[in-house]
Design a protein around this ligand. Structure first.
Ligand SMILES: [Zn+2]
Length: 637
């Protein structure tokens, strides 16, 4: 391997060697090959495109849907003296033009883009004026596949970008979760010249998977947290209300906890995340809105209060435990009704087409948009205000909006980020006169003057977390100071907010013309059902090593069981006979998995002694797991 890459790594990142498959990916993409890298979170994804881009001539375009991560990486690159910029929704038109022009004229090395930006006329115009694009990196690449669990149609624009650029630019696709089927689909959709993929094992040796059946989940959480007393923890639940209730319950029982969900203001989110990261609160009870870009090393346990709707989601969320390599737990709580609840998510996620159409009409009416109007306009949209007016359930409404988004009628953002804005209203001489906060206010003022230029002339976007970082004050304190400064008319200050928005991507159409193509609706339902079934298998099976089930799902062949999950531990305590009986049942279940009728006779090919085979079959029939029909048998669906 050329020493150039290693030199770059040393010079900018201070590491002495590459890890895992980083080297292979870097070499491949630098040789000009379209390349796919499958790396679990924490595998060092960013090095894989940052190092090659630094060794090449031109700018690297990075497509990612994660705005927080984008901002974070731009800050880190700049701190290393590398020119990087980002364009995402929430920026003003002028800011966007300014950033693009910088990339054209200013010798920038990285341009981060959210996928929605790709198709815009503005970007395409600017793109052809860029001197040279050296590579395109596609982060969270599973979003390009409609078989993936998080399909985003705007990702399909990436292939078009390849056609706009008149020369060959290698594409590097990176993802942390993809089945073999999805890997192939990603390469097709991104128009790879050849199938080239490198993957890292998904095995997490220090992570102990546990499924716990219980009748009282809250008590079970308490028991677990009292058992694993070190480090911090995350409890995932699907409902916003439950995050608050569980956090309260933990607090009442002497465990420091806080809640987090998409409905909080950005300031609240910042403060809560910082408090948890710094260890002031041990437990974060959160919806899946929590986790993007979170890299806390000492999370000892991740508990799931509800069953997620895909193995991909479960693996990602559970994988936030044990980043430091120390033994950690991933616990899934299961109670009797969960199977039903999970099955019900299919019609919740894919409401009837007429319901989707009706939602479109109601939303248009709510926003006072007539047929043929509103193309390109963005509206704040509060689902909790909308639903009572039109007697719609929030869950179904949310799903309908996502479908309309995927079919290209609207853009629906649950969390559109608008950054904090600040302008100083007084002259420099009088700036320090009005002060209700003592030394801290002076510190904050000085930080602002140092970090942001032009604050006397114009409102500029600021980041409170950065000011806190710079001054050493807490984020709460920075917010409080800025608020009193606003009250005292020293500054104009609009704290950042994230609001749900709807943008009409095309003029409002007649409701009966709303059409959901199979790729958005029918095909996706079948796919979603499969994912749910797999999750049910994970939660309810008790005879296959949990780690094995997860790894096999991602297409890995596993030689040995993990020896530490609840199934493996249970096996260790079994007698030989019990173990054999369990293996027999497992083999039968696998053999009948296709749901078809099979002759009883054919089971003798299974290499199970006949007495054990019959005992297992009898038990499975008694427990209504299989149906014996004359001389044939099938699994009960
Ligand atoms: Zn195991």
């Amino acid at each position: 391997m050329s020493n150039t890459y290693l030199d770059i790594l040393r010079q900018y990142w201070g590491y002495d060697s590459f890890r895992g498959i980083q080297e292979e990916i870097i070499t491949s993409v630098c040789e000009g090959h379209d390349t796919l890298g499958l790396m679990p979170t924490g595998g060092g994804k960013s090095i894989c495109f940052q190092v090659p881009a630094m060794s090449m001539d031109g700018i690297c375009i990075v497509v990612t849907p994660l705005i927080a991560l984008m901002k974070d990486q731009v800050t880190q690159l700049r701190a290393r003296g590398i020119k990087a910029a980002a364009v995402y929704s929430g920026m003003t038109h002028d800011e966007i033009i300014y950033t693009f022009d910088n990339c054209i004229l200013g010798d920038y090395k990285f341009l981060y883009l959210s996928p929605e930006r790709l198709a815009t006329e503005l970007f395409l115009q600017k793109l052809i004026r860029m001197r040279k694009v050296c590579m395109i990196t596609v982060d969270e690449a599973h979003c390009v596949s409609q078989w993936g669990y998080d399909f985003r149609p705007s990702y399909l624009e990436i292939a078009k970008i390849r056609h706009v650029i008149p020369y060959h630019v290698p594409v590097l696709a990176l993802t942390a979760t993809a089945t073999p089927e999805v890997v192939k689909d990603i390469q097709d959709k991104l128009e790879f010249a050849e199938y080239r993929a490198f993957s890292m094992s998904f095995e997490r040796k220090n992570l102990i998977y546990v499924v716990r059946h219980t009748t009282n989940k809250a008590d079970e959480i308490l028991r677990i947290l009292n058992g694993v007393t070190q480090g911090s923890a995350i409890v995932y639940t699907r409902s916003r209300r439950m995050t608050t209730e569980i956090a309260r319950f933990l607090l009442d029982n002497g465990i420091t906890a806080d809640s987090y969900h998409a409905g909080l203001t950005s300031a609240e989110k910042d403060i809560r995340q910082v408090n948890w990261t710094k260890g002031r609160n041990r437990v974060m009870v959160a919806t899946n809105a929590f986790g993007m870009g979170i890299d806390k090393p000492d999370v000892r346990v991740v508990i799931h209060y509800n069953i997620p709707d895909s193995m991909e989601a479960y693996f990602q969320e559970a994988g936030r435990a044990g980043r430091d390599g120390q033994a950690s737990y991933a616990v899934l709580l299961v109670e009797k009704g969960d199977k039903m609840t999970l099955t019900r998510r299919v019609p919740e996620t894919f409401p009837e087409i007429d319901y989707v159409r009706q939602t479109y009409e109601n939303v248009s009416c709510f926003l006072q948009v007539g047929v043929g109007e509103a193309e390109g306009r963005t509206f704040d949209f509060h689902i909790e205000k909308f639903c009572p007016v039109f007697h719609q359930f929030p869950v179904h409404t949310d799903s309908a909006l996502r479908l309309l988004n995927n079919a290209g009628y609207i853009e629906y953002h649950e969390n559109q980020d608008f950054r904090s804005l600040l302008k100083i209203l007084v002259r420099k001489e009088t700036l320090y006169r009005l002060n209700d906060n003592g030394q801290d206010q002076d510190t904050v003022t000085q930080a602002i003057l140092r970090m942001y230029t032009g604050v006397f002339a114009d409102t500029v976007p600021i980041e409170e977390v950065m000011i806190a970082h710079y001054t050493g004050l807490t984020v709460e304190r920075v917010y409080a100071i800025l608020k009193t400064m606003r009250q005292n008319r020293i500054i104009e200050y609009i704290p950042h907010r994230s609001v749900p928005t709807i943008t009409f991507t095309r003029p409002r159409v007649d409701t009966e013309r709303i059409f959901l193509p199979p790729s958005v609706y029918q095909d996706r339902i079948a796919d979603y059902k499969k994912r749910i079934a797999k999750m049910i298998e994970y939660a309810y099976s008790d005879d296959t090593c949990r780690s094995r089930l997860l790894l096999e799902y991602f297409g890995e062949n596993v030689a040995e069981d993990c020896g530490q999950c609840d199934v493996c531990l249970h096996r260790k305590h079994m007698s030989d006979d019990e173990r054999k009986a369990m293996d027999a049942r497992h083999a039968i279940r696998k053999y009948l998995a296709d749901g078809e009728l099979h002759p009883l006779e054919s089971l003798t090919t299974l290499d199970i002694p006949s007495d054990q085979l019959h005992a297992a079959l009898r038990l499975m029939a008694d427990e209504e797991e299989v149906v014996v029909d004359g001389s044939e048998v099938r699994i009960k669906s």
